[in-house]
Design a binder for this molecule. Sequence first.
Ligand SMILES: Cc1cc2nc3c(=O)[nH]c(=O)nc-3n(C[C@H](O)[C@H](O)[C@H](O)COP(=O)(O)O)c2cc1C
Length: 172
Amino acid sequence: MDFFEAINSRYSYRGAFTKEKLSNDDIEKILTAGIAAPTGMHIPTTSYIAITDENLLKELSYIVPGKSVLTATFVIVMLTENKSMMSGMNFEIENYSAAAENILLAITSLGYATVWTDGTLRSPSINTGVRELLNVPSHMTIRAVLPIGRPVTPLAPQVKEQISDTVIFNKF
Ligand SMILES: Cc1cc2nc3c(=O)[nH]c(=O)nc-3n(C[C@H](O)[C@H](O)[C@H](O)COP(=O)(O)O)c2cc1C
C-alpha cells in the first residue's frame, strides 16, 4: 500500500478480528516499523511485548476490555522507561508516540487493523493487572496495548479536520 493511502485509510478498530494469525514476516515488519521511529537524542526508551500465545491473549482479554483484545491473535504492549539521566530531558512519551504511529501505519498497510489503547490503561486496576500478567519490571511504564488482526467488519476512516481548520500559514 502506498504511504499516503496507509495514512488516509488508518482508523481505530474496536470490533472483532477474524481467527487469522499474522505471519512471522508481518509481525517482524510491524515491530521493525516501531523501532525505526525517531527518538530524542537517539536514545531508545520504548520496549515491546509481542504476544502471540493463545492462553496469554485470553488472560489479557480478561483484564483489558473490548472485542478487539478478546479476538486479537497478536497484541503488542508498549512500555517505556525514563533514560533522561545524562541529558536531563525525558522523551519517553514522544518516542513511544512516534513508534506507535509507525506501527499503526505498518498494520494498516499490511491490511490489518488495530486501536491505540492508552486511555484504558490509565485505570490503575487494568494497568496493574497487565503488569502482573506480563511480569513487567517496576522501572517500566505500560503505555499502550495494540490488539492486531484482520477486521471482521472493516470500517471507513473518521472525517478529520481540513487544512483550513487547523493550519496557520506563516503567522497568526
Ligand atoms: C494517546 C491515545 C490514546 C488512546 N486511547 C484509547 C483507548 O484507551 N481506547 C480506545 O478505544 N481508543 C483510544 N485511542 C484511539 C482514539 O480514540 C482514536 O484515535 C480517535 O478517536 C480518532 O479516531 P481514529 O483513530 O479512527 O482516527 C487513543 C488514541 C491515542 C492517540
